[in-house]
Design a protein around this ligand. Structure first.
Ligand SMILES: Cc1cc2nc3c(=O)[nH]c(=O)nc-3n(C[C@H](O)[C@H](O)[C@H](O)COP(=O)(O)OP(=O)(O)OC[C@H]3O[C@@H](n4cnc5c(N)ncnc54)[C@H](O)[C@@H]3O)c2cc1C
Ligand code: FES
Length: 280
């Protein structure tokens, strides 16, 4: 099976969207699952959230960060991945919650936001509120890539207030928790805000499920690199997650584990930049 790219567009100056043929992943996908991408045989295994699965295709939002995500950015429609594996992880149980909020502030969270809101809307009488926050108006995704059409209320926020409400999703949720009865919160994106959100929701006694992105090496439960402590128990983000009860996550250890490969990542980026320079 060739995992061919059928669409690749910029979402803003840092993120891009890709549709890729991956029928086995698309068929079994549930919101909250992720895929593992291999650009070349025996290459790095890149975990990536799935924004949607339609027919034989999956959609992913990707941030240009280090070596692989920048290399991938030079790929075009028609190019193909060596392998796409998945769906991976354990999808959270979605049911009739009542008023449910999904908040996101970063590429992976925005992908999960649309996937989850779309599904939550289909279940019972859920009233779905989506909050997507971006640093400034130039970072906001094109309208068709926002979760606007999959929820009952959509709140766009920018940290500088250049469009939508002023502030981060944390500010918006704080106001919502003060003003209304919220039954469940889900969130994905940057890790430090997820820790703050978990503390905030605890104060209001509202449950929260958060995506705990950890560095994944094999993403099959064998290497232990994606260890997370939840309620004192050791869990593996690639098998048991990546969504966990945020109020039980040991965020300090999760944050410190994220820095584990910083030197190797910087070395890989340096080599890549050198290769690009030599090619020019
Ligand atoms: C469950 C899950 C879902 C994800 N969803 C998305 C998504 O939807 N969009 C997106 O752009 N990124 C997503 N990521 C992160 C993505 O895997 C990394 O950004 C990517 O691997 C970066 O690789 P790189 O070579 O470009 O950068 P590198 O220089 O290798 O890394 C840059 C940063 O990316 C993160 N990262 C790198 N490798 C991994 C890894 N193997 N596992 C987890 N994080 C890593 C680390 O924070 C690292 O500091 C997700 C990660 C996980 C675990
Ligand atoms: S990535 Fe190896 S156990 Fe999860």
């Amino acid at each position: 099976m060739k995992h061919i790219i059928t669409r690749k567009e910029d979402l803003n100056s840092g993120d891009y969207v890709m549709d890729v043929i991956a029928p086995e992943v698309a068929k079994k996908f549930q919101p909250g699952n992720f895929a593992v991408l291999l650009t070349i045989p025996n290459g790095e295994r890149i975990p990536m959230s799935i924004e949607r699965a339609e027919g034989d295709k999956i959609t992913m939002y990707i941030k240009r960060l280090g070596k692989t995500s920048r290399e991938l950015d030079s790929w075009k429609v028609g190019d193909s991945f060596h392998k796409i594996i998945g769906p991976m992880g354990t999808a959270p149980t979605l049911k009739e919650f009542g008023t449910v909020v999904f908040a996101s502030d970063l590429v992976c969270g925005h992908a999960e936001n649309s996937a989850m809101c779309r599904e939550l809307k289909k279940i019972g009488n859920n009233h779905v509120i989506s909050i997507q926050s971006f640093p400034t108006k130039d970072d906001v995704y094109p309208e068709k890539e926002l979760s606007k059409e999959y929820c009952d209320e959509f709140i766009l926020a920018t940290e500088d207030g250049s469009v939508g409400k002023k502030g981060h999703y944390l500010d918006i949720i704080k106001d919502l928790l003060e003003e209304r009865k919220i039954d469940q919160v889900f969130a994905g994106g940057g890790i430090p805000p997820l820790q703050k959100l978990s503390e905030l929701t605890k104060k209001y006694n509202v449950p929260v499920m958060t995506t705990v992105r950890q560095i994944m090496v094999d993403a099959t439960g064998m290497c232990g690199s994606c260890r997370v402590f939840v309620g004192g128990e050791q869990k593996l983000a690639c098998i048991d997650g990546p969504m966990f009860d945020g109020q039980k996550v040991d965020w300090e250890s999760a944050i410190s584990r994220l820095a584990m490969f910083k030197t190797k990542e910087a070395e890989a980026m340096e080599c890549y930049n050198k290769e690009i320079k030599e090619l020019k």
